[in-house]
Ligand binder design. Sequence first.
Ligand code: ZN
Length: 123
Amino acid sequence: MDRLLEERIARNDATFRQANERISAAAETYRVDMPVPFICECADPKCSEIVRLTLEEYEEIRADSRHFFHIDGHRDADGTAGVVVAERDSYVIVEKTGHAGEIAQALDERNPHEGLERSAADD
Ligand SMILES: [Zn+2]
């Protein structure tokens, strides 16, 4: 797969993940203990589907920088940049592989290893 395409996919997923991080933080602040509406983290920039996850389910996915959740049926938007590692009732967990995985890991806000976002954004 084209490296540029893989990078675009990973960056798009990471953008949704950043939005979901804010949703998660807000839910934690208000001590929400029911499923929270998160945004599908698939590679389609126009996707606005909602996936309801408990904070525990969300944290389980977030524990791995290369893992993202998609509505079942949206996994194809990733092409070959990811593999499904778990299937749940209303969503699947996809692991970014290859170059897309490297980018996804580097763009993880929780990952202290920074730098890629800044340098790659300049070109
Ligand atoms: Zn989607």
